[in-house]
Each structure stands twice: as C-alpha cells, then as structure tokens.
Design a protein around this ligand. Structure first.
Ligand SMILES: [Zn+2]
Length: 257
C-alpha cells in the first residue's frame, strides 16, 4: 500500500471555526514525512443542491428512504433542531470536486465543516451525529464535536422534567471544563487535531483508526469528558506513535506539489 505523502486541509470560514494552521503544525510534528497544505474551502456553497441533497429529513429512516426534502422541510424542523447531513452522501458529492490527479492513497483530503454530519446505524435504526467521516475526502464536523459526543450525565439530569431548572449561564459555569461549547475555539481546534489524525490513521491502519487507550488521541470518545482528557494529554499511545514513526523512517520527503 502507498503510504500517505500529501495531506490537504480545507479550511472552513464558518463558525465554530478551526485554526487550520495549528492543526497542520501538529500533524507535521507527528508525520514529518507528509507535505501538508491548507486550502480555501471547497468551491461550493453549502446552500447549493450539491450538499443539500445529503440533508436528512427523518432521522429514523436510512438515506434511500428519506422523504422528499422540499415537501417535508417542516417535518424536518420538528425532528432535529440542527440540520443533519448524511456523511457518506456528502463525502461522495465532495469527492467529485477533487482533481483526479489527487485521488490516490498518497493524498489525504480533510475538509472541516460546521455542518453536522451523521451516519445511519442499522443496530438501532436511526441516524447518529458524527464528528468525523473517514475516507476521501475525510470530513471533520465542528458541530459534530459539540453535538455528537455526550455531555456529562449530570448535565442531562438538569434538563429533564422535574430536574433543577437552571439558566444557560449557570449550567455553563457548573460544567465548565467538562464539555466543549461553540465559543471555545481553542478546544474545538484541539479536538479537530484528534479527528484529523483519526482520518489520517484510517489510511495508515487500513480502516481501523480508533484506539482503546484513554490517553491516545485516536480514542473513539463517546463522552466529551473523554475527548477533553485526550486533548489535555496531547499524545498518541506507543503503538500508534510507532506506526507514525515507522512510516517516516527510510522514506524520502514528499516533493513539491
Ligand atoms: Zn492509540
């Protein structure tokens, strides 16, 4: 298998924003063999049909059984507060915009977006939000980082009927440092590094990028507290660190574009 040599990061202009430069610098430390560049967002507007066709109207139906989008836009508003996009449909559409010369295992494309990506799970027959969709291109959803991972259990207890009613500011204070919010750019960028690494290791490991080590940046965190723990650790486990080092050994540096 060809090792990845080029990593293309597509910056998003949307909020919550990711500092792509910091992401690139961090990846460069781990995989100095790869040449990394930061590109403007893909040449499309999210409003255009190209991405809108990936929108989910009913989270309890797989993509091929989705109701007609236009007819059911009201219905969709009832189902989800934040619009959801099928991550694999979106990926397929975005892949069409990548130059054919860059469609190979040597090139990894990572697109940051604020759109909330999701995938359909046949086990419980519904869509779930995802922070990362691995593949070509890989999509890292900043909204997914905030919405797809669970907040502390006690947070949900305060939201239940009969739970202590507290305003947003009080809740934020009470759970400070235990979950990531929209205005926490530093944490969103730090989490984005983890997900970008998962997208890269997806290729290095033949599709098995997730780690069980609680300290490792490749941990498939289901709880925001676990993600925050890996952000603070800023480390890979020895197994994944070795994999990255092996890739860099004995290989000439990637050439210019
Ligand atoms: Zn690991």
């Amino acid at each position: 298998m060809d090792p990845p040599r080029y990593i293309h990061i597509y910056q998003t202009a949307s909020v919550p924003a990711v500092d792509a430069k910091i992401v690139a610098e961090e990846i460069d430390k781990i995989l100095p063999i790869c040449k990394i560049d930061i590109r403007p967002p893909p040449p499309f507007k999210y409003e255009e049909n190209v991405i809108e066709c990936a929108k989910i109207a009913d989270i309890k139906q797989p993509f091929e059984r989705q109701p007609n989008h236009e007819q059911d836009s009201k219905f969709m508003m009832m189902m989800t507060k934040i619009p959801l996009y099928d991550g694999f449909v979106m990926q397929k559409k975005l892949a069409e915009m990548i130059p054919t010369t860059e469609i190979s295992l040597a090139h990894i494309h990572i697109i940051f977006t604020s759109l909330l990506t999701c995938t359909f799970d046949e086990d419980d027959w519904r869509y779930h939000g995802r922070a990362v969709i691995c593949g070509t291109p890989s999509i890292v959803s900043t909204t997914g980082i905030i919405e797809a991972l669970a907040k502390p259990r006690e947070f949900y207890l305060t939201q239940m009927p009969g739970g202590m009613e507290q305003d947003d500011e009080m809740l934020k204070k009470k759970f400070a440092g235990r979950f990531i919010d929209y205005d926490e750019g530093d944490k969103i960028t730090a989490a984005s590094i983890n997900y970008a690494l998962q997208a890269i290791f997806f290729f290095i490991t033949n599709g098995e990028p997730f780690c069980n080590n609680k300290d490792c940046r490749l941990l498939n965190a289901h709880w925001q507290e676990d993600l925050i723990h890996t952000i603070r650790k800023r480390t890979l486990c020895s197994y994944h660190r070795n994999l990255a080092n092996k890739l860099s050994k004995g290989q000439p540096m990637a050439g210019k574009f």
